[in-house]
Design a protein around this ligand. Structure first.
Ligand code: RP5
Length: 175
């Protein structure tokens, strides 16, 4: 299902290439789940550095509250964006090269003191968590989002209880 990027976006979901999109779509799915408007852009720190700078420098004025950044390889995009905005930047390392994302993880997480990037796990789990993390940032000042996050925690717990019951059935254990 295509994601619905909206013009009243409060979260930016950006990525170094459209090849990152299948993974970064997970961030969008979580934002949709929490009813958060977001925009999606391909912006590259290396191939379109001027556009990356413009995106970061206009983000506050355009109403964004957080920026999720996916990039792979020499993954400098999250750091560059973080250098040019006061918004929280959440980095998602992509497994885009033969190094399976270890290169992207280190490039994203090893920021110098003074310029933080909140770095998530490599790949889909990281993209999913980036969406949740952005919701948690917004949820500190939005009771509706905070309630949805709380419901989500309950869904997670119910899912584990279901798995536990299924496994016990398979093992033939009595209650
Ligand atoms: C990075 O290089 C992108 O974020 C992507 O993960 C990787 C490969 O990009 P393409 O060569 O597929 O455009 O900048």
């Amino acid at each position: 299902m295509a994601l619905k990027a909206r013009s009243n976006a409060v979260v930016g979901v950006i990525m170094g290439s459209d090849s990152d999109y299948p993974v970064m779509a997970e961030a969008g799915r979580m934002l949709e789940k929490f009813g958060i408007a977001f925009e999606v852009e391909v912006v590259s720190a290396h191939r379109s550095p001027a556009r990356a700078a413009e995106y970061a420098q206009t983000a506050v004025k355009r109403g964004l509250k957080a920026i999720i950044v996916g990039a792979g390889g020499a993954a400098h995009l999250a750091g560059v964006v973080a250098a040019l905005t006061t918004l929280p930047v959440i980095g998602v390392p992509m497994a885009a090269t033969s190094l399976d994302g270890m290169d992207s993880l280190l490039a994203t997480v090893q920021m110098p003191g003074g310029v933080p990037v909140g770095t998530m796990a490599i790949g889909k789990a990281g993209a999913m968590n980036a969406g949740i993390y952005a919701a948690q940032i917004l949820g500190t000042s939005d009771a509706g989002i905070a309630r949805k996050l709380s419901e989500y925690k309950s869904e997670l717990a119910a899912g584990v209880a279901e798995k536990n019951a299924r496994l016990k059935r398979e093992l033939g254990e009595k209650k």
